[in-house]
Write a new protein. Structure first.
Length: 115
């Protein structure tokens, strides 16, 4: 891949990482504020458990994406960015523009998600 393109993908990834990190921190902050100190009654407890699960799943999702972004940035440094980590075929640039942290081609991604 051309250096200019790589640089622009790197910039996109860094930007995405910044945004996700602050989102994640905000989620954690609001979670601890909301669930921190009060002692809930029974009905409240059920609601709180649900909200807590919801918040945790949001958190997990951004953590996953953050990990992928880290990996994509490493792949840029290693000169392997844009190549599928599974089958080593090039990942179409159109896909990278939509999902700059993609490290698998569509086909491998689908197979991994099925597992
Ligand atoms: Zn692949």
């Amino acid at each position: 891949m051309e250096k200019e393109k790589l640089d622009s993908f790197r910039a996109m990834l860094v930007e995405l990482k910044k945004r996700l990190s602050s989102d994640y921190e905000k989620t954690l902050e609001s979670a601890s504020e909301e669930f921190g100190s009060e002692v809930p009654d029974m009905n409240d407890e059920a609601t709180r458990t649900m909200s807590r699960r919801l918040l945790m799943s949001i958190g997990d999702k951004s953590l996953d994406t953050l990990r992928q972004i880290e990996e994509a940035l490493e792949r840029i440094d290693d000169g392997e960015y844009g190549i599928c980590a599974e089958c080593e075929e090039p990942i179409p640039e159109g896909r990278l523009e939509l999902v700059p942290h993609a490290i698998f081609c569509v086909r491998c991604q689908e197979q991994i998600e099925k597992k």
